[in-house]
Design a protein around this ligand. Structure first.
Ligand SMILES: Cc1cc2nc3c(=O)[nH]c(=O)nc-3n(C[C@H](O)[C@H](O)[C@H](O)COP(=O)(O)OP(=O)(O)OC[C@H]3O[C@@H](n4cnc5c(N)ncnc54)[C@H](O)[C@@H]3O)c2cc1C
Length: 288
Protein backbone atom coordinates (compact mmCIF):
# COMPACT_ATOMS: atom_id res chain seq x y z
CA UNK A 1 0.00 0.00 0.00
CA UNK A 2 1.41 3.41 -0.95
CA UNK A 3 1.61 6.29 1.55
CA UNK A 4 -1.08 8.97 1.78
CA UNK A 5 0.62 12.33 2.24
CA UNK A 6 -2.48 14.51 2.67
CA UNK A 7 -5.99 13.82 3.94
CA UNK A 8 -8.68 16.31 2.93
CA UNK A 9 -12.39 16.47 3.78
CA UNK A 10 -13.79 19.41 1.75
CA UNK A 11 -17.16 20.82 2.77
CA UNK A 12 -18.20 22.24 -0.60
CA UNK A 13 -18.27 21.01 -4.19
CA UNK A 14 -15.97 23.85 -5.29
CA UNK A 15 -13.33 22.84 -2.74
CA UNK A 16 -13.55 19.20 -3.78
CA UNK A 17 -13.17 20.13 -7.47
CA UNK A 18 -10.22 22.45 -6.71
CA UNK A 19 -8.54 19.56 -4.98
CA UNK A 20 -9.16 17.22 -7.96
CA UNK A 21 -7.92 19.88 -10.37
CA UNK A 22 -4.64 20.04 -8.42
CA UNK A 23 -4.15 16.34 -9.28
CA UNK A 24 -3.04 13.01 -7.73
CA UNK A 25 -6.15 12.43 -5.60
CA UNK A 26 -7.89 9.25 -4.42
CA UNK A 27 -11.60 9.83 -3.79
CA UNK A 28 -13.12 8.18 -0.71
CA UNK A 29 -16.89 7.85 -0.25
CA UNK A 30 -18.14 4.89 1.85
CA UNK A 31 -14.85 3.04 1.47
CA UNK A 32 -16.49 -0.39 1.00
CA UNK A 33 -14.68 -0.97 -2.31
CA UNK A 34 -11.65 1.23 -1.76
CA UNK A 35 -10.61 -0.23 1.60
CA UNK A 36 -10.48 -3.90 0.56
CA UNK A 37 -8.90 -2.97 -2.80
CA UNK A 38 -6.08 -0.93 -1.22
CA UNK A 39 -5.55 -3.52 1.50
CA UNK A 40 -5.23 -6.25 -1.14
CA UNK A 41 -2.78 -4.09 -3.10
CA UNK A 42 -5.03 -3.93 -6.18
CA UNK A 43 -5.22 -0.11 -5.92
CA UNK A 44 -2.48 2.24 -4.69
CA UNK A 45 -3.45 5.40 -2.87
CA UNK A 46 -2.47 8.63 -4.59
CA UNK A 47 -0.66 11.21 -2.43
CA UNK A 48 -3.94 12.96 -1.47
CA UNK A 49 -6.90 11.07 -0.01
CA UNK A 50 -10.08 13.14 -0.32
CA UNK A 51 -13.07 12.16 1.78
CA UNK A 52 -16.15 13.53 -0.01
CA UNK A 53 -18.73 12.69 2.68
CA UNK A 54 -19.05 16.33 3.83
CA UNK A 55 -19.83 17.77 0.38
CA UNK A 56 -23.49 18.83 0.63
CA UNK A 57 -24.01 19.02 -3.16
CA UNK A 58 -23.49 15.24 -3.36
CA UNK A 59 -26.26 14.41 -0.89
CA UNK A 60 -30.00 13.96 -1.18
CA UNK A 61 -32.63 12.54 -3.49
CA UNK A 62 -35.04 15.02 -5.08
CA UNK A 63 -37.41 15.51 -7.98
CA UNK A 64 -36.16 17.92 -10.64
CA UNK A 65 -38.72 18.46 -13.41
CA UNK A 66 -39.34 15.18 -15.22
CA UNK A 67 -36.50 13.36 -13.51
CA UNK A 68 -35.25 12.38 -10.11
CA UNK A 69 -31.70 13.21 -9.06
CA UNK A 70 -29.97 10.88 -6.66
CA UNK A 71 -26.87 12.44 -5.11
CA UNK A 72 -23.68 10.43 -5.46
CA UNK A 73 -23.45 10.02 -1.68
CA UNK A 74 -26.87 8.37 -1.35
CA UNK A 75 -26.26 5.02 0.29
CA UNK A 76 -28.02 1.82 -0.74
CA UNK A 77 -30.09 2.08 2.46
CA UNK A 78 -31.13 5.69 1.78
CA UNK A 79 -32.17 4.74 -1.75
CA UNK A 80 -34.18 1.75 -0.51
CA UNK A 81 -35.97 3.88 2.08
CA UNK A 82 -36.63 6.96 -0.08
CA UNK A 83 -40.31 7.54 -0.88
CA UNK A 84 -39.69 8.97 -4.39
CA UNK A 85 -37.49 6.04 -5.39
CA UNK A 86 -39.93 3.53 -3.93
CA UNK A 87 -42.81 5.13 -5.85
CA UNK A 88 -41.13 5.56 -9.24
CA UNK A 89 -38.23 3.09 -9.38
CA UNK A 90 -39.06 -0.05 -7.39
CA UNK A 91 -36.60 -1.93 -9.63
CA UNK A 92 -33.74 0.15 -8.16
CA UNK A 93 -34.94 -0.59 -4.64
CA UNK A 94 -34.93 -4.29 -5.52
CA UNK A 95 -31.33 -4.12 -6.79
CA UNK A 96 -30.10 -2.22 -3.69
CA UNK A 97 -31.80 -4.81 -1.48
CA UNK A 98 -29.57 -7.45 -3.10
CA UNK A 99 -26.31 -5.60 -2.39
CA UNK A 100 -24.25 -7.27 0.34
CA UNK A 101 -25.40 -6.82 3.97
CA UNK A 102 -27.02 -4.10 6.10
CA UNK A 103 -23.58 -2.82 7.14
CA UNK A 104 -22.35 -2.46 3.53
CA UNK A 105 -25.68 -0.99 2.38
CA UNK A 106 -25.46 1.63 5.18
CA UNK A 107 -22.00 2.78 4.02
CA UNK A 108 -21.81 2.00 0.29
CA UNK A 109 -22.93 4.83 -2.00
CA UNK A 110 -24.42 4.78 -5.48
CA UNK A 111 -21.60 7.06 -6.69
CA UNK A 112 -19.00 4.63 -5.40
CA UNK A 113 -20.83 1.64 -6.85
CA UNK A 114 -20.86 3.21 -10.34
CA UNK A 115 -17.38 4.81 -10.20
CA UNK A 116 -15.88 1.49 -9.12
CA UNK A 117 -17.17 0.09 -12.46
CA UNK A 118 -17.30 -3.58 -11.56
CA UNK A 119 -18.88 -5.70 -14.32
CA UNK A 120 -21.08 -7.06 -11.50
CA UNK A 121 -22.10 -3.62 -10.17
CA UNK A 122 -25.69 -4.11 -9.03
CA UNK A 123 -27.12 -0.58 -9.25
CA UNK A 124 -25.96 -0.21 -12.87
CA UNK A 125 -28.47 -2.80 -14.11
CA UNK A 126 -31.71 -1.04 -13.04
CA UNK A 127 -30.14 2.34 -13.87
CA UNK A 128 -29.42 1.16 -17.44
CA UNK A 129 -32.99 -0.16 -17.69
CA UNK A 130 -34.30 3.21 -16.47
CA UNK A 131 -32.20 5.23 -18.97
CA UNK A 132 -30.17 7.04 -16.29
CA UNK A 133 -27.35 9.55 -16.83
CA UNK A 134 -24.49 10.34 -14.48
CA UNK A 135 -23.40 13.91 -13.71
CA UNK A 136 -19.67 14.60 -13.81
CA UNK A 137 -18.47 17.93 -12.40
CA UNK A 138 -15.08 19.58 -12.80
CA UNK A 139 -13.53 23.03 -12.39
CA UNK A 140 -11.06 23.27 -15.24
CA UNK A 141 -10.87 27.05 -15.69
CA UNK A 142 -11.96 28.49 -12.39
CA UNK A 143 -15.69 27.81 -12.66
CA UNK A 144 -17.72 24.65 -12.12
CA UNK A 145 -18.76 22.77 -15.23
CA UNK A 146 -21.08 19.74 -15.24
CA UNK A 147 -21.54 17.23 -18.05
CA UNK A 148 -24.22 14.57 -18.24
CA UNK A 149 -23.18 11.16 -19.55
CA UNK A 150 -25.66 8.38 -20.40
CA UNK A 151 -24.81 5.35 -18.30
CA UNK A 152 -24.48 3.36 -21.54
CA UNK A 153 -21.36 5.45 -22.30
CA UNK A 154 -19.98 5.75 -18.78
CA UNK A 155 -18.40 2.30 -18.39
CA UNK A 156 -15.46 1.61 -20.68
CA UNK A 157 -13.88 -1.52 -19.16
CA UNK A 158 -13.52 -3.47 -15.92
CA UNK A 159 -12.83 -0.82 -13.25
CA UNK A 160 -12.71 1.88 -15.94
CA UNK A 161 -15.09 4.72 -16.77
CA UNK A 162 -14.99 7.79 -18.97
CA UNK A 163 -14.64 9.98 -15.83
CA UNK A 164 -11.56 12.18 -16.12
CA UNK A 165 -9.20 12.48 -13.11
CA UNK A 166 -10.36 16.07 -12.45
CA UNK A 167 -14.05 15.06 -12.45
CA UNK A 168 -16.26 14.08 -9.55
CA UNK A 169 -19.37 11.98 -10.02
CA UNK A 170 -21.93 14.24 -8.35
CA UNK A 171 -25.18 12.37 -8.98
CA UNK A 172 -27.40 10.18 -11.10
CA UNK A 173 -30.38 11.54 -12.98
CA UNK A 174 -33.26 9.19 -13.86
CA UNK A 175 -36.16 10.23 -16.10
CA UNK A 176 -39.59 9.49 -14.67
CA UNK A 177 -40.92 6.43 -16.49
CA UNK A 178 -43.99 6.57 -18.74
CA UNK A 179 -47.36 5.32 -17.48
CA UNK A 180 -47.53 1.53 -17.67
CA UNK A 181 -43.75 1.11 -17.30
CA UNK A 182 -42.78 -2.18 -15.67
CA UNK A 183 -39.29 -3.29 -14.73
CA UNK A 184 -37.73 -6.28 -13.02
CA UNK A 185 -34.29 -7.07 -11.62
CA UNK A 186 -32.90 -10.51 -10.97
CA UNK A 187 -29.53 -11.34 -9.42
CA UNK A 188 -28.08 -14.77 -9.17
CA UNK A 189 -25.12 -15.55 -6.93
CA UNK A 190 -23.73 -18.79 -5.61
CA UNK A 191 -24.63 -17.88 -1.99
CA UNK A 192 -27.97 -16.60 -0.71
CA UNK A 193 -26.49 -13.57 1.12
CA UNK A 194 -23.46 -11.29 0.78
CA UNK A 195 -22.64 -12.41 -2.72
CA UNK A 196 -21.40 -10.65 -5.81
CA UNK A 197 -23.55 -11.34 -8.89
CA UNK A 198 -22.70 -14.40 -10.96
CA UNK A 199 -25.17 -12.89 -13.40
CA UNK A 200 -27.75 -10.14 -13.10
CA UNK A 201 -30.58 -9.12 -15.41
CA UNK A 202 -32.79 -6.07 -15.71
CA UNK A 203 -35.75 -5.86 -18.07
CA UNK A 204 -38.01 -2.83 -18.45
CA UNK A 205 -40.56 -1.40 -20.84
CA UNK A 206 -44.12 -0.21 -21.23
CA UNK A 207 -46.56 -3.11 -20.98
CA UNK A 208 -49.65 -2.92 -23.15
CA UNK A 209 -51.83 -5.77 -24.46
CA UNK A 210 -49.29 -8.40 -23.41
CA UNK A 211 -46.31 -6.81 -25.22
CA UNK A 212 -43.47 -4.56 -24.07
CA UNK A 213 -42.47 -1.41 -25.95
CA UNK A 214 -39.56 1.01 -25.43
CA UNK A 215 -37.74 -2.01 -24.08
CA UNK A 216 -34.42 -1.84 -22.26
CA UNK A 217 -32.56 -4.99 -21.20
CA UNK A 218 -29.32 -4.93 -19.22
CA UNK A 219 -27.02 -7.70 -18.09
CA UNK A 220 -24.35 -7.73 -15.38
CA UNK A 221 -21.28 -9.96 -14.93
CA UNK A 222 -21.35 -11.32 -18.50
CA UNK A 223 -19.09 -8.73 -20.17
CA UNK A 224 -16.23 -6.37 -19.20
CA UNK A 225 -18.86 -3.81 -18.12
CA UNK A 226 -22.57 -3.83 -17.26
CA UNK A 227 -24.20 -3.83 -20.71
CA UNK A 228 -27.42 -3.16 -22.59
CA UNK A 229 -28.49 -6.11 -24.77
CA UNK A 230 -29.47 -4.72 -28.17
CA UNK A 231 -30.43 -8.04 -29.81
CA UNK A 232 -32.56 -9.16 -26.88
CA UNK A 233 -34.22 -5.75 -26.80
CA UNK A 234 -35.04 -5.97 -30.52
CA UNK A 235 -36.49 -9.47 -30.10
CA UNK A 236 -38.65 -8.28 -27.20
CA UNK A 237 -39.82 -4.94 -28.62
CA UNK A 238 -43.55 -5.11 -29.42
CA UNK A 239 -43.65 -8.92 -29.27
CA UNK A 240 -46.74 -10.50 -27.77
CA UNK A 241 -45.44 -12.51 -24.82
CA UNK A 242 -46.51 -16.14 -24.96
CA UNK A 243 -44.71 -19.43 -24.34
CA UNK A 244 -43.23 -19.61 -27.87
CA UNK A 245 -42.04 -16.00 -28.06
CA UNK A 246 -40.59 -16.10 -24.52
CA UNK A 247 -38.66 -19.28 -25.37
CA UNK A 248 -37.26 -17.62 -28.50
CA UNK A 249 -36.31 -14.37 -26.73
CA UNK A 250 -34.54 -16.31 -23.95
CA UNK A 251 -32.47 -18.05 -26.64
CA UNK A 252 -31.57 -14.70 -28.20
CA UNK A 253 -30.41 -13.53 -24.76
CA UNK A 254 -28.28 -16.64 -24.25
CA UNK A 255 -26.66 -16.23 -27.68
CA UNK A 256 -26.08 -12.50 -27.22
CA UNK A 257 -23.96 -12.64 -24.05
CA UNK A 258 -20.25 -13.45 -24.26
CA UNK A 259 -19.20 -14.13 -20.66
CA UNK A 260 -15.87 -15.47 -19.46
CA UNK A 261 -14.94 -18.32 -17.10
CA UNK A 262 -13.87 -17.05 -13.69
CA UNK A 263 -13.90 -18.05 -10.02
CA UNK A 264 -17.65 -17.53 -9.73
CA UNK A 265 -18.85 -19.53 -12.75
CA UNK A 266 -17.99 -20.87 -16.17
CA UNK A 267 -19.02 -19.03 -19.32
CA UNK A 268 -21.36 -21.93 -20.19
CA UNK A 269 -23.10 -21.73 -16.81
CA UNK A 270 -23.56 -17.98 -17.11
CA UNK A 271 -25.14 -18.33 -20.55
CA UNK A 272 -27.53 -20.98 -19.22
CA UNK A 273 -28.45 -18.72 -16.27
CA UNK A 274 -29.11 -15.80 -18.61
CA UNK A 275 -31.38 -18.06 -20.67
CA UNK A 276 -33.27 -19.53 -17.71
CA UNK A 277 -33.65 -16.28 -15.77
CA UNK A 278 -34.71 -14.24 -18.83
CA UNK A 279 -37.40 -16.84 -19.47
CA UNK A 280 -38.54 -16.79 -15.85
CA UNK A 281 -38.68 -12.99 -15.74
CA UNK A 282 -40.65 -12.76 -18.99
CA UNK A 283 -43.06 -15.43 -17.70
CA UNK A 284 -43.71 -13.13 -14.72
CA UNK A 285 -44.24 -10.11 -17.00
CA UNK A 286 -46.66 -12.12 -19.17
CA UNK A 287 -48.64 -13.20 -16.09
CA UNK A 288 -48.91 -9.63 -14.72
C1 LIG B 1 -18.42 -7.67 1.55
C2 LIG B 1 -18.81 -6.81 0.36
C3 LIG B 1 -19.90 -7.17 -0.40
C4 LIG B 1 -20.26 -6.40 -1.51
N1 LIG B 1 -21.37 -6.77 -2.22
C5 LIG B 1 -21.74 -6.04 -3.30
C6 LIG B 1 -22.88 -6.44 -4.06
O1 LIG B 1 -23.59 -7.41 -3.75
N2 LIG B 1 -23.18 -5.69 -5.15
C7 LIG B 1 -22.45 -4.60 -5.53
O2 LIG B 1 -22.79 -3.96 -6.53
N3 LIG B 1 -21.37 -4.20 -4.82
C8 LIG B 1 -21.00 -4.90 -3.71
N4 LIG B 1 -19.90 -4.51 -2.98
C9 LIG B 1 -19.12 -3.37 -3.43
C10 LIG B 1 -19.39 -2.01 -2.72
O3 LIG B 1 -19.98 -2.17 -1.47
C11 LIG B 1 -20.25 -1.10 -3.58
O4 LIG B 1 -19.69 -0.97 -4.87
C12 LIG B 1 -20.44 0.30 -2.95
O5 LIG B 1 -21.58 0.91 -3.48
C13 LIG B 1 -19.24 1.22 -3.17
O6 LIG B 1 -19.53 2.50 -2.66
P1 LIG B 1 -18.58 3.25 -1.63
O7 LIG B 1 -19.25 4.51 -1.29
O8 LIG B 1 -18.20 2.36 -0.49
O9 LIG B 1 -17.32 3.48 -2.58
P2 LIG B 1 -15.78 3.68 -2.21
O10 LIG B 1 -15.20 2.39 -1.77
O11 LIG B 1 -15.59 4.85 -1.31
O12 LIG B 1 -15.23 4.05 -3.67
C14 LIG B 1 -15.25 3.12 -4.72
C15 LIG B 1 -14.49 3.70 -5.93
O13 LIG B 1 -15.21 4.77 -6.50
C16 LIG B 1 -14.49 6.01 -6.39
N5 LIG B 1 -15.49 7.01 -6.03
C17 LIG B 1 -16.35 6.95 -4.99
N6 LIG B 1 -17.23 7.96 -5.04
C18 LIG B 1 -16.91 8.69 -6.14
C19 LIG B 1 -17.46 9.87 -6.73
N7 LIG B 1 -18.52 10.49 -6.20
N8 LIG B 1 -16.88 10.34 -7.86
C20 LIG B 1 -15.82 9.71 -8.42
N9 LIG B 1 -15.26 8.59 -7.90
C21 LIG B 1 -15.81 8.09 -6.77
C22 LIG B 1 -13.41 5.77 -5.35
O14 LIG B 1 -12.25 6.56 -5.58
C23 LIG B 1 -13.13 4.28 -5.55
O15 LIG B 1 -12.28 4.09 -6.66
C24 LIG B 1 -19.51 -5.26 -1.85
C25 LIG B 1 -18.40 -4.89 -1.08
C26 LIG B 1 -18.05 -5.66 0.01
C27 LIG B 1 -16.86 -5.25 0.85
Amino acid sequence: MSEVEHYLAPDSLEQALDCLQAGEVTILAGGTDLTPQTQAGRIRFKPTLMNIRRVPELAGIARDGDSIRIGALATMTEIMENALVREHFPVLVEACRHVASDQIRNAGTVGGNLANASPACDTAIPLLVLGACVELASKPAGSVSVRSVPLTEFFVGPGKTCRQPNELLTGVRIPLPAAGHVAQFHKFGTRVGLDISTISIGIGGTLRDGALSNVRVAFGAVAPTPVRAALTEAALEGTKLDAASIARIAEVARDEVKPIDDVRASAWYRKEMIHNMTKRMLDHVAEA
